[in-house]
Design a protein around this ligand. Sequence first.
Ligand SMILES: NC(=O)c1ccc[n+]([C@@H]2O[C@H](COP(=O)([O-])OP(=O)(O)OC[C@H]3O[C@@H](n4cnc5c(N)ncnc54)[C@H](O)[C@@H]3O)[C@@H](O)[C@H]2O)c1
Ligand SMILES: O=C(O)CC[C@@H](O)C(=O)O
Length: 639
Amino acid sequence: MITQSPTLGPAEQTFYIIDFDSTFTKVEALDVLGEISLIGRPDRNDVLDQIKAITDRGMSGEIGLADSLALRLKLLNAHRDHLPALIETLMGKISDSFQRNQAFITENADHIYVVSSGFQEFIVPIVTSLGVKESHVFANTFTYDETGNIVGCDLENPLASDGGKVKLMRNLNLDGDVYVIGDGYTDYEIREAGLANKFYAFTENVARIKVMEKADHITPSLDEFLFDNKLSRSQSYPKSRIKVLLLENVHPIAVQLFEQEGFNVEIHKGALDEDELIEAIRDVSILGIRSKTMVTRRVLENANKLMTIGAFCIGTNQIDLSTCTERGIAVFNAPYSNTRSVVELAIGEIIMLIRGIVPKSNSMHRGEWDKSAKNSYEVRGKKLGLVGYGNIGTQLSVVAEALGMEVYFYDAVDKLALGNARKCKSLDELLAIADIISLHTDGRKENKNLISYREFGLMKNGVIFLNLSRGHIVDIPALVDAIERGKVIGAGIDVFPQEPKTNSEEFISTLRNLPNVILTPHIGGSTEEAQANIGQFVPGKLLEYINNGSTYGSVNFPELQLPLLKDSHRLLHIHTNVPGILARMNNIFASYEINIQGQYLKTNEQIGYVITDIAKEYADAVVSELRVIDNTIKFRLLY
Ligand SMILES: NC(=O)c1ccc[n+]([C@@H]2O[C@H](COP(=O)([O-])OP(=O)(O)OC[C@H]3O[C@@H](n4cnc5c(N)ncnc54)[C@H](O)[C@@H]3O)[C@@H](O)[C@H]2O)c1
Ligand SMILES: O=C(O)CC[C@@H](O)C(=O)O
């Protein structure tokens, strides 16, 4: 059997009746007209609020349409000259799912009608820009006085009266199935009058409970409507059905990016503990976290729909990467979006600590004036020892040299020394040389207590010590002991083995109240700039993976940067890395005489990832056979 291509047209004689305000566009056009026409009026905001309230009462069926129109037109005080600006604004406010599905509109133009109680003057240019026929637009028209002021609407038009959409639909007398898509009560009235087979309450822009209660279906986007009716659409699976869970207060840009694409997004300010996460993750496909949410094997075993995880930070030690890979879940992070922020904080703290600024500032707050140079030094000429010479270590190396410091580093792997930095052969060598030690290793398990009693013992007396990497890398009792003995005379600690889950939990630590110790709540990477960068970067990676299959930049998947999908279907197959899978896939393609338009394979130790682009028409059985190849972990189809 040949797959019914989603680009085929609708069943014959099915008509789609689409509302304009808050459905075809994201806004109510008369509200926008008010924002334009009332510019300069001192009572503008009050009047706009009144207009909005009238709109809402009308849309939820509390007042009749004729009254609602008359009241709003009076308050608007609008003129013909305001219309070009209104049209320009509305052009930028077409609902995202309508923009995405222009192909559906153009392919079905003979069957699509826009029926609105709004006005032809602004509706026609907007809807025809996406392919609706002008002759299929039914709406009111303004009336003007001799100087061009909008004074009312043509009362002969059935749409100007209560029950107007019903009257119009009776006049249209469409012969076939009729589906109505809209956000307002007047759209439901068409169905109530028996003039439509189904009413879809459209909630992408506004969700009106009274209307939703009456609907045959609630459609959070046009994609959902098209999917439900097996119509030509831009998304193989409606994104409104794909749940995104974003934890730990990720930047609002990220939320916006997912919402714009039509995903069903849920956000939480704090982290969730293991049991809470297990509960929350069951129907989640995309998870976004920062450093505090532990994504354990137990969590992953309960995450049957999970396709990808975004760490909105650098560290990924909070995620069980190996289990993710085993279960075909691609993980992405933001490897350098907050690097500079950490470096700047480290530099600032080194200067504060070596000058003893914190105790001096605290004394001043108690009214004590202690002007002295004792134990206060310049950083110039001091030896800075960096443990871990990755993105942050190297960037700090460059900035510290610019301040005249001598930089030494030790990294577990051989690294190119930047500028005049000197490489140490061992951690012990570095610890013995440095006046200031700053940790910048990653958080792998083996690094637990990398710095403990023995290591503090190797350091110079009076060393300055910083940890802005991961809490478990330092043995805290050993650090407290070193501070109390004066081995460490200043410390800057940003990360802790146990950190509060939310801002309302108390921070409990033996590091509290020690002298010349700067404690910060894991904010090395928390600057507006870094968070905004991360908020853009990580969703970009997750969306590329979901929309296109690309894994470039993934921390656990074989990396593939794929071309955009054009005129073909893309089959994405993730399998355990055992010999012969590609051959088996290609045997299936060959047996169904499928023309492969592109094929990409990459493996790592655990898994293989094969992407095959094929022509749009093929037997359903191909997909079923690919799904059941032995060792398949996940399979999905994109078009
Ligand atoms: N405080 C914060 O808010 C904040 C912000 C960003 C990053 N971080 C943390 O900072 C650390 C460094 O980040 P990055 O982007 O530079 O990471 P990176 O992966 O670029 O660099 C880490 C380096 O540490 C080295 N390394 C690992 N274990 C080592 C060991 N035992 N001895 C010596 N070298 C070792 C690695 O070889 C690598 O070169 C990470 O732990 C990250 O999670 C913290
Ligand atoms: O913002 C966070 O929660 C973590 C920041 C930092 O530790 C990182 O790994 O990037």
